[in-house]
Structures are given as C-alpha cells and as structure tokens.
Ligand binder design. Structure first.
Ligand code: ZN
Length: 306
C-alpha cells in the first residue's frame, strides 16, 4: 500500500494504492492556487491526513507536481500552474505531517506507474512520452528515474526538432511539443485552413484533437496530414532518444494516446526508418496502460524508482 498525490492545476487528487497498483480509496480537493501557497499547502496537509487515517501504517507519501523540482527533490523550483517558485515543499509538508515526503514531476510519476504496474512493467529501461496539451516525459534506466544534475532531465517535450511556425510556451522555437501535442495538431490545422486548404474540419470552428483524429481516420486530407506530421516528429524523437540511451521500450500516454493503434502504427513506421541500427535495435513502442489515475499510482510508488 502507499499514498500517492497528484497535484493538478484544477484539482489535487489523493489515493491509497495497493500492492497491485489498484486505487483502494480516492479523495479530491479543488486546487485553490489563486489563494496562495499557504492555502494549497494547508489543503494538501488535510487531504494527506485524511488518507493517513484510512491507512495508518504508511510512513511515506509520494507527490507528483506539474513543474520543475530541484535535483535533490526537495524544492519546487517552478510550477506555473500553481504560481509556485522556489518553494520548499518537502520541508514544509514534513513539518506538518509525521510522514516522509517524496516529490516528483508528474510526467515522471506517470512513467513510474507504467514501470511498476503497466505497459513497461518488468523492463529495467523505459521511456514514456505523454501527449496532451504539451508533451511530457519520463526516463527510467536500470530501474531508476533519471533526473539529471539539475533535476531537469527527461524534458523530452522541449527537445528542439527544427524551426516551427510558432514558439513554445517555454520561450524557445522548435520544441517537440510544438509538433506533437494536441495544441500542435490544432494550431497546424488552423494555420493550413487560414492558408485556404479545404477540409471537413471547417464545419466546426472549435475542433479539438479528438475531432482531428476522427477526421484523419475518415481520410480528410488535412487532418491526415496533421496526424502524419505529428507521428513523423515523434518518430524522429524516439529515434534520437534510442541513439542516446537505447531503452528497451517506449510507452505513449496522455490524451492523444486514446487514438490507439491508428497513431501507434504511424509512430512505429516513422521510427524504424530513422534508427541508426534498425536491424537489431528497434525498441518496442506501446500504448500506456493508465490514464487519469497514473499520477497517483506512480506517486505512491516513488520509493521503488528514485
Ligand atoms: Zn519548449
């Protein structure tokens, strides 16, 4: 059993996760980041205490945070969703709770959930790519999460691929997530429509990524081009990561992974043609097992991988 917390911009979710990775109890509070750090911390303490009462033997709590942590995992250096900068979250929580607190980036928590109980279980080296509004990621080598000298490793979404027509939220141009996220798909289609390209997507001005995938499956030429473009950049990224660390397996999660085999097969095809040693070093590429619950399940199992 373990207590895992997933802090998001709109809600903080907490769960008691059993030894099979199943959430036995779940609690949720609204993230009141507009009321400041102390309020969110207080809500977090109350949530954890409630879970602690349900599972009194727990000595550790793991927390996934949508931001950048210091290399020692004690300080949240930057978390734009919560408006936190240089907050000593580990120390502040451990003072308020009689528990050891472990912090991790939320994409890394999802990567751990997959390695502990999901699609990459039993593999000592794996890489996760989470395709949502942006692109997140996690890297595990020899059953240990790679966080780097400054705590900012595994930011696969901000690898620069090539110039793009719009800048990334991080301030750079050319990041993977500007080619391979839901935002990227929508912006690419909007741009091509503005250039006069015909498409069924025009029927609904507020089309989302799900609609683009539906149209692509129905062979709408613009939607298909947009999805193929996304898969091409993911294939490049996977080939690049393979050249660098040669993991056994890649897993694709996040909202876009619900496109399933339609997307997965395209990514595989784009990867194989860019590998340096395709004859014997093709990594397995699979879809992630967990969806919204990944953060809690991974956070509850941090101790095994960090
Ligand atoms: Zn970026």
């Amino acid at each position: 059993m373990g207590i895992g917390i997933d802090i998001g911009g709109t809600a903080i979710k907490g769960g008691i996760v059993d030894h099979l990775g199943v959430i036995q109890e779940e609690r949720l509070v609204i993230t009141q980041s507009q009321l400041g750090y102390d309020q969110v911390l207080n809500d977090l303490v109350l949530l954890i205490k409630e879970l602690q009462q349900l599972s009194p033997k727990e000595a550790t709590v793991g927390i996934g945070i949508p931001g950048i942590l210091s290399a020692d995992g004690a300080t949240v250096v930057s978390c734009p969703n919560l408006n936190w900068q240089n907050r000593a979250v580990k120390q502040d929580l451990e003072r308020a709770l009689s528990l050891k607190v472990l912090l991790v980036n939320d994409a890394t928590a999802a990567c751990i959930a997959e390695a502990a109980f999901g699609s990459t279980r039993g593999r000592s080296s794996s890489v996760m790519l989470t395709l949502g509004t942006g692109v997140g990621g996690g890297v595990i080598i020899n059953d240990r999460v790679i966080s780097g000298a400054h705590g900012v490793a595994s930011e696969v979404g901000h690898m620069i691929m090539e110039e793009n027509f719009y800048d990334c939220n991080c301030g750079k141009n050319g990041c993977l997530e500007t080619f391979a996220s839901a935002t990227a798909l929508i912006r690419y289609c909007q741009k091509r429509i503005a250039e006069g390209v015909g498409t069924d997507l025009k029927a609904n001005e507020n089309f989302d990524a799900r609609r683009i995938f539906e149209a692509a499956k129905a062979e709408d030429s613009l939607a298909l081009a947009a999805v193929n473009r996304l898969a091409r950049y993911l294939g490049w990224a996977i080939a690049n990561i393979s050249d660098l660390i040669d993991p056994e397996i890649f897993t694709i999660g996040g909202g876009l992974s619900s496109a399933g085999d339609f997307l997965l097969e395209k990514i595989k095809a784009e990867t194989v043609s860019r590998l340096t040693y395709p004859a014997f070093a093709m990594p397995e590429i699979v879809l992630a097992t967990f969806k919204n619950e990944a953060g809690m399940i991974g956070a509850a199992n941090l101790g095994r991988f960090i």
